[in-house]
Write a protein that binds this ligand. Structure first.
Ligand code: 2P0
Length: 319
């Protein structure tokens, strides 16, 4: 687009999201095109807010939670490379201010909400007025899971068939589930040794078990749609938990092995299973890290909070 100027200021928010059917593996690493479609739920008010202003000092600068980031840091370089996709060589130096209100204690990744908020802010700043699906496809190029953070509620990220990836973006599902709750259980914080990008690559390259993953994901996607359509919470929870454990099985079967769990992660899983044996409908999912995200319904919130002190509970569909 022939954009020559930028607005004085643009600001946008995007939510974080938790996948019930995970994204694990790329068919194109440059464009972040996935091997399998995934399905997530966005975390309402928890996410990233990004503000863009023209750089008065003619220098690109980046702040995260109020702290300026070194220009040569991985964070700044990845973010500014993404900005460059939109500027396309035009001289529009920018100051980027990003804030995450995701409790750092929850150990949630912020790249999904961060790239989604940045995409929305860039669209405003450059007055591009791109369609949501196009914005989602752009956000995907920053970080795959960001394609899902463009939307609220349940979101499916389609794998797509095109080489340019323009059919691989998030699509919001019409369904709502007001009683659904997500509990963030902190097991450990701190940087992970192997990030998702490197982890997926290693799994694909070294784990034969990965061959079964696309089949698992496809079957789980069908089951999740059925669960959402019929409001079958047990089916939703079972499917999400089995999907997460299947993804982790492929990681563990990689070489060198990728085990994101700590003994405390396993203890928390066993506690979830024990609670289910006692009749409490609670399930978990896990991403490329040691923390658990619990799935349950509003009626069981008090019991879940009692079993997991310090849990942060999100109501994704509550206004
Ligand atoms: C997911 N994860 O579906 C899966 C489950 C982690 C485990 O999406 O390389 O940060 O930037 O496309 O999006 C995290 O991967 O990876 C992720 P890139 P991303 O939520």
């Amino acid at each position: 687009p022939a954009v020559l100027a930028a607005r004085d200021e643009a600001e946008a928010f995007a939510p974080s999201n938790i996948a019930l059917c995970k994204y694990w593996g790329k068919r194109d690493a440059e464009l972040n095109l996935p091997i399998n479609a995934s399905l997530s739920v966005s975390l309402a008010h928890l996410g990233s807010r990004t503000r863009l202003t023209p750089a008065g000092d003619d220098t690109d600068r980046v702040w995260l939670n109020g702290t300026e980031q070194a220009p040569d840091s991985a964070f700044s370089r990845k973010l500014l490379a993404f900005v460059e996709l939109f500027r396309a060589g035009r001289a529009l130096p920018v100051h980027v201010h990003t804030r995450n209100n995701i409790p750092t204690a929850a150990g949630l990744a912020s790249s999904a909400s961060g790239f989604a908020a940045l995409t929305l802010a860039l669209d405003q700043w450059l007055d591009l007025q791109l369609e949501p699906a196009v914005l989602s496809a752009f956000a995907r190029m920053g970080s795959g899971s960001a394609s899902r953070s463009l939307f609220e509620g349940f979101v499916q990220w389609d794998d797509g068939v095109r080489d340019d990836g323009m059919d691989s973006h998030g699509v919001r599902l019409a369904a709502s589930w007001p009683a659904l709750r997500i509990g963030l259980v902190k097991v450990a914080t701190g940087e992970k040794a192997v990030d998702s990008r490197a982890g997926m690559k290693r799994t694909i390259e070294t784990a034969h078990l990965y061959q079964s993953w696309p089949l698992q994901a496809a079957a789980d996607l069908t089951r999740l749609h059925q669960a959402i359509d019929t409001k079958d919470f047990a089916l939703l929870g079972q499917t999400a938990e089995q999907n997460a454990l299947s993804m982790h099985a492929t990681m563990i079967a990689s070489w060198p092995p990728l085990l994101y769990w700590t003994p405390d992660s396993v203890a928390a899983m066993q506690q979830v299973w024990a609670l289910r044996q006692q009749g409490l409908e609670v399930y978990f999912t896990m991403d490329a890290g040691p923390n658990l995200k619990l799935l349950f319904e509003a009626d069981d919130q008090a019991q879940v909070e009692q079993a997991f002190p310090g849990i942060e509970v999100v109501a994704p569909f509550r206004a």
